[in-house]
Design a protein around this ligand. Structure first.
Ligand code: ADP
Ligand code: ZN
Ligand code: ZN
Length: 658
């Protein structure tokens, strides 16, 4: 009697054996329904065998085979790779490859994307773009990783499409990953305008289940020529795959931070290798990992140093004092004058500060009390709309106090700058201007962000205020001024990636200015204008910064020169965290060969979150294979440890040590 090994979406270390009733047609990749204990679960068959793996146990039958396409071999292998590499439960990894199940099978196609008011025309590729496309196309049918390092506005989208055309002409499919759901409608509209008739399917978590399933089916049947989506689209079925593109490859949101902690860019590279197809990573600010790989010759870097539109220039960058702007709710003289000029010329301005809320703290001027979250080791953020104190780590909300809870003083001071404060200051400074704010508080609902984008395009907004949601991908021809505020905060960060992130964010934000014929200007309010990140911004020179940051990483033995993993633990009692990490430390020291460094357990940067005490332990090695061997053995010991009061996870290639 045939036995199926079924991967189930539970945190178990193995797949499960079930017997296959003869009436069911089963094969590797079949999506099945089974009973596990009292639960009905959907899983995927990873193998069919003749005999059970454990003798003398009574196996349950497969209840049902679902009427969806079988999960393809390369997707199953990708899931197995992810489980092994990221040290995750296999069933959870396989679950990522199971098609979306709910929703009617014949659900409507993904809705037609919004039409742009200024329809885009297809461009004649310029020399740099043509050369990039030619280089990519030359790898035709073979695995190779290209890193398109092109300044903002260099026309990377046209390069992706130019390379994709070759795949389409050969009847192949192209997978394009983007970091943000918000970017997909604009990109899809652009692509449809440039390639009328192209069959595009989009895949992201904000789609209704029926839409997602329809897109998945279109990918699985080969009907969709271009599959465009966020992180999870890397698991899409692509029988005719010919090319993968990862746009904004440096973006941190490609790394999933919970459940299965995989990196979608790296998973995409693995899949391209497995399928023997080229992959194109694109960015104006490549990750240091990718930059280093290009230096080593593992990736081929293609530099595009100027903007594609011959009328567009990279913006002119100037600095003004942050300290001097404090008295005016953050808006210094230079920025104020520049905005006024834009208003007079009927051009648009964007003012960026990477903090939502009104102010990142509330303090008592008399006794120095400050508002702290009771559940986290963090300050509460003052909000004005609606008035409240909010914790940005755990979501805790409380009323804004009218007097100091400690000394009764009524003079409570919101300290620092957030988007709401900036919006208020702009309204006061420019009474006639039309001002809109974009941050996570302002854009509830799917369509709010799209509305602001449409208003920007229709020139119904003069000044846009917001967080990093504004940084990426948007193309507004009359946006000629960008103000960057609060950037100095990142310079105090303990995160080893802080400078890389700051530079990337600033270059992206600055890149919004002057993308069409009108010249762009960027004003950065900082007290450290000679810091390398700001120097790079002013000179439009990411390469020099990347090389110098890599030197620092090398000297400090940090990624990408080492490979790291973090064991993170949390519990209600600090003593439980300490005991667990101490035991983990002993086990790690015993297992680590001389190629693996084991650091001492420490408290997390955010020592308490949502009532949980948090700690961590970093391990690293110059050799990836040595770290992998170590992690597999270590994880087995960690799983066997007592400590049910402790929640723990291993994060391989972590975004940070925090
Ligand atoms: P990136 O993604 O590199 O920031 P985009 O692909 O968004 O750049 O292109 C920036 C702008 O340049 C877009 O408005 C696009 O229409 C325009 N563009 C792209 N290629 C060309 C070209 N060959 N000639 C003129 N304009 C171009
Ligand atoms: Zn007080
Ligand atoms: Zn909190």
């Amino acid at each position: 009697m045939p036995i199926a090994h079924v991967a189930l979406p539970v945190a178990a270390e193995t797949t499960f054996d079930y017997w296959c009733p003869e009436s069911l047609a089963l094969a590797r990749g079949s999506v099945v329904r089974v009973r596990l204990g009292t639960r009905n679960l959907v899983g995927v068959v990873t193998a069919v065998a003749d005999t059970p793996r454990i003798a003398d146990v009574k196996l349950a039958p497969i209840a049902d085979v679902l009427d969806v396409p079988r999960v393809a071999d390369d997707v199953l292998e990708l899931a197995a790779f992810i489980a092994a590499y990221y040290e995750e439960a296999p069933g959870l990894a396989y679950a990522l490859g199971v098609p979306p199940l709910t929703g009617a099978r014949s659900a409507a196609r993904a809705k037609a994307p919004v039409d742009l008011d200024a329809p885009q025309v297809a461009h004649e590729l310029n020399a740099a773009q043509s050369a990039a496309v030619a280089a990519i196309v030359q790898s035709h049918g073979q695995f190779a990783t290209f890193l398109v390092n092109g300044v903002t506005g260099s026309g990377k989208t046209e390069i992706y499409l130019g390379a994709a055309d070759r795949a389409f002409a050969d009847g192949k499919q192209v997978l394009m990953l983007v970091p943000e759901i918000n970017l997909t409608p604009q990109l899809v509209a652009r692509i449809r305008a440039a390639r009328p008739g192209l069959r595009v399917a989009t895949l992201h978590s904000a789609l209704a289940a029926g839409e997602r399933r329809a897109a998945w089916m279109a990918a699985a049947s080969g009907e969709a020529q271009l599959v465009l989506g966020t992180r999870l689209a890397v698991f899409a079925p692509l029988p005719q795959l010919g090319l993968i593109v990862v746009d904004e490859e440096h973006d941190a949101s490609y790394k999933q931070q919970d459940n299965v902690r995989y990196h979608a860019r790296d998973a995409a590279i693995w899949r391209a290798h497995r399928r023997g197809v080229p992959i194109v990573l694109g960015s104006a600010t490549p990750s240091l990992e990718s930059w280093h790989a290009a230096n080593e010759g593992r990736y081929r870097r293609i530099d595009i140093p100027s903007r594609a539109d011959p009328r567009a220039q990279l913006p002119h960058v100037t600095f003004s004092s942050h300290r001097a702007a404090r008295g005016t709710d953050g808006i210094g003289e230079a920025l104020r004058a520049a905005i006024a000029l834009r208003l007079a010329r009927r051009e648009q301005s964007l003012v960026f500060v990477n903090r939502r809320g009104f102010a990142p703290s509330l303090i008592c001027a008399a006794c120095k009390w400050d508002a702290q979250c009771t559940r986290c080791s963090a300050r509460l953020t003052t909000h004005r709309v609606p008035p409240s104190l909010r914790c940005h780590h755990c979501g805790h909300v409380e009323a804004l106090p009218t007097a100091c809870p400690s000394c009764g003083n009524v003079d409570l001071v919101p300290l620092g700058l957030g988007t709401q404060r900036l919006e208020r200051a702009l309204v006061a400074a420019f009474p006639g201007a039309r001002i809109a704010r974009v941050d996570r508080d302002s854009t509830h609902g799917k369509h709010a962000f799209a509305t602001v984008r449409d208003q920007m395009e229709a020139q119904e907004i003069d000044i846009l205020v917001g967080t990093q949601m504004l940084a990426k991908g948007h193309d507004f021809p009359r946006l000629t001024l960008v103000g960057i505020l609060g950037a100095d905060n990142a310079l105090y960060s303990a995160d080893f990636r802080a400078t890389e992130r700051l530079a990337a964010l600033m270059l992206q934000v600055a890149g919004r200015a002057g993308r069409a014929g009108l010249p762009g200007e960027v004003i950065v309010q900082t007290d450290f204008a000679d810091h390398p990140a700001f120097v790079a911004l002013a000179a439009h020179d990411y390469a020099t910064l990347a090389e110098s940051l890599l030197e620092e990483r090398k000297a400090a033995q940090l990624p990408p020169f080492t490979h790291a993993a973090v064991l993170a633990a949390e519990a209600h009692q600090r003593s439980d965290v300490d005991a667990f990490l101490a035991a983990g430390h002993v086990s790690a020291l015993a297992l680590a060969a001389d190629q693996v460094d084991v650091f001492s357990p420490v408290s997390a940067l955010l020592a308490r979150r949502a009532g949980f005490e948090r700690g961590q332990l970093v391990v690293q090695s110059e050799r990836r294979a040595a770290l992998q061997r170590f992690l597999a053995a270590w994880r087995a010991e960690l799983l066997a440890m007592p400590g049910r009061r402790v929640r723990w996870s291993l994060d391989v290639d972590p975004a940070g040590f925090g």
